[in-house]
Write a protein that binds this ligand. Sequence first.
Ligand SMILES: Cc1ncc(C[n+]2csc(CCOP(=O)(O)OP(=O)(O)O)c2C)c(N)n1
Ligand SMILES: [Mg+2]
Length: 388
Amino acid sequence: MTTTPQAVRRASPRTRRAATPPDPARPLLPDAEPVRLLDKSGTPLPARTDYPEPPVEVLRELYRRMVLGRRFDTQATALTKQGRLAVYPSSRGQEACQVGAVLAVRDSDWVFPTYRESMALVARGIDPVEVLTLLRGDWHCGYDPTEVRTAPQCTPLATQCVHAAGLAHGEAYQGRDTVALAFIGDGATSEGDFHEGINFAAVFKAPVVYFVQNNRYAISVPLSRQTAAPSLAYKGVGYGVPSEQVDGNDPVAVLAVLTRAVAHARAGNGPFLVEAHTYRMEPHTNADDATRYRDGAEVDAWRDRDPIARLETYLRARGVLDDAAVAEVAEQAEAYAADLRTRMNDQPSVDPLSLFDHVYAQPTPQLIEQREQVRAELAAARDEEGDA
Ligand SMILES: Cc1ncc(C[n+]2csc(CCOP(=O)(O)OP(=O)(O)O)c2C)c(N)n1
Ligand SMILES: [Mg+2]
């Protein structure tokens, strides 16, 4: 049966309204395609009014910190081979996300990193030796979190999502416009704490940006075994949180999308969720063998989307980066790595008993007992040395 124009005219106003119900979820949903401002080769795509391109000086600084970040990352991996670091989770290939996200927030904002975010922390200006203290196994955290407004790197998955919601709510409650930026992996979005954190933040309109780096793997578990969702960004809609997807290997797009997400949160609109599509080029950590669960051809395909090369090509084409500037940044990166190597050769003296400090404001009876056990064992070892 075909519908005549008369039939349409005769339809009751009620029927016509029912045919186009407003969809309250629509403004929360991400674009079907990830936001991209540069193509794979670094050629600019048509400009978008919703995501204006960041100023060129900021893009040059983004490039510089990405190059330094990658050099820091390769140096840290080398330090594991020399026994200077216990473990290192590389973020090679994720430079656009690590640095772009950090450049989108202010020093006065708070960052909530995971074990993957060492590069983001050095991009935030934290001393690299302090960043690596946890991974060297010396202390819970090498920097003063309140001084640099950066929480300790979280190893228990997704717990930082709850911390970020609490901190952001507290700051807003006290009338400050601080934003909390919480980094999270694709795998960790399956954890309860992710859902609890984002739900709390949404209900209380806490200014948190949840930044999911979808690097396609949670150790050996690929995304296809992690979720049946069409995109991890869709996880926002169920909580009433607007979200966006971005090409996580496009540094310009990452910075543009994060800048808008941070502005949204700072303006009092509540949390925002961003999913960046990227790839972990290295194994999960130096202790992992990625060849056991993924194909070299897959890794090679992502090598073609290198975020640093992409930005370099773009900035050169715009005439704001030349051979001399590239060489200068490379030199800075070498000096940075050399300084890190030298300082990581110093063996710090750590009091083993300090391990028990600051775990709880009031230590639990179990901790007091364990502390006493360690103290007795250390004393016995000293006596033995004395006898020998
Ligand atoms: C609560 C909890 N469960 C399990 C682990 C073990 N674990 C460490 S890293 C990891 C994978 C996380 O993957 P993803 O969230 O994608 O982050 P990525 O390592 O890729 O950055 C797992 C399961 C953990 N650290 N914490
Ligand atoms: Mg992952």
